[in-house]
Design a protein. Structure first.
Length: 128
């Protein structure tokens, strides 16, 4: 029962964070789509953990923090919010990069996981 309550609390905390970030239409007006392509890497024999593509529309929450996929990682994850904010601010359409998980694991320490990302932003067509 304690585990279920802990899970419920965790999900409620995530919901609070989503709502606090607001909608893409409010935070990034003029953006019609944001696509994140990510390859998750881990420091193991088989380094590619997962490839993932996530699309965001104006009706989605503007939360671009992805959890670390390592179960033993605490307080980790990948926050792509600064990347996306910079893209939109400069009216750019794409960027590629890498980011390391800032969390810690007892067995693996720092730099246990990273992602290679590509962010593509589409803007609403301006009316003339």
């Amino acid at each position: 029962m304690i585990q279920k309550q802990s899970y419920k609390d965790k999900m409620e905390q995530k919901r609070v964070v989503l709502v606090a970030n607001g909608l893409i239409s409010d935070r990034y007006p003029g953006v019609s789509n944001i696509e994140l392509r990510m390859t998750y890497y881990q420091r193991t024999v088989d380094p590619v953990l997962m490839k993932r593509t996530v699309s965001f529309t104006p009706t989605n929450y503007a939360c671009f923090r992805m959890d670390c996929m390592r179960d033993e990682c605490s307080n980790g994850g990948f926050d792509l919010t600064p990347v996306i904010t910079s893209l939109v601010k400069n009216r750019k359409t794409s960027v590629k990069g890498n980011i390391a998980c800032q969390g810690k694991t007892e067995n693996l320490g720092h730099n246990h996981a990273s992602i290679a990302y590509e962010v593509n932003v589409e803007y609403c067509k301006s009316k003339k």
